[in-house]
Write a protein that binds this ligand. Structure first.
Ligand code: ZN
Length: 203
């Protein structure tokens, strides 16, 4: 069955690792107060009872939103990448080609919402593609402070970042001890071209 049709009939979950969630979160923190964006490569697993999207690799991209894009997208005046993001078309094409060479697909796009909820904007909806997962992470100033303090702890005397720092507890109610929650959600268009929440499964 066509993937797009399939996703309308059976909203799929998207599976990410905790490291991938943190990669999105960190990209959002280092890009703050601007929106970050990136491409999600993966595949659809039809082996499970309910088909699932599996994220295999995240490709961080540059947010190229600028005054010129604002005109192209009919968003006159929205010149700042604080409230919009754009991925260069050539980057999308190259990534698609690279993915196909590895028998993968672009299965979605992630971006951040600085000082805003992880809910898609009307702009996000208007330019979304059917079948793609749109993962949004909300980033506030306190996330950035948290991330920076975490990085300080993780730096060795020679200032190299150690990547073995403890994984961030994503659900504070589960960890109980460390009340830092990553506010992240995934969305997919439904048959009425409206965003529908899509479950994120952490594997
Ligand atoms: Zn957005």
């Amino acid at each position: 069955m066509d993937n797009v049709l399939q996703s309308f009939l059976n909203p799929m979950a998207i599976c990410l690792t905790q490291e991938q969630i943190e990669q999105i979160y960190q990209h959002g923190c280092v890009s703050y107060p601007f929106e970050c964006c990136g491409i999600i490569l993966g595949s659809i697993n039809y082996e499970t009872s309910e088909p699932e999207k599996i994220a295999v690799e995240l490709i961080p991209t540059e947010n190229v939103w600028n005054a010129e894009n604002a005109v192209i997208f009919g968003e006159n005046g929205e010149n700042s990448p604080r409230r919009r993001y754009a991925i260069a078309p050539q980057v999308m094409l190259n990534t698609q080609k690279n993915a196909r060479d590895r028998s993968l697909d672009i299965i979605g796009i992630y971006h951040s919402h600085p000082d805003y909820s992880a809910i898609p904007s009307e702009f996000d909806r208007r330019y979304a593609w059917s079948g793609y997962s749109y993962i949004i992470v909300a980033i506030t100033n306190s996330d950035v402070n948290f991330y920076q303090s975490l990085m300080k702890v993780c730096k060795q005397p020679n200032n190299k970042i150690v990547h073995s720092y403890p994984l961030l507890p994503i659900f504070s109610e589960k960890s109980g001890v460390f009340p830092h929650t990553i506010n992240i959600h995934s969305w997919c268009l439904d048959e009425n071209q409206q965003f529908h929440p899509e479950p994120i499964i952490i594997k």
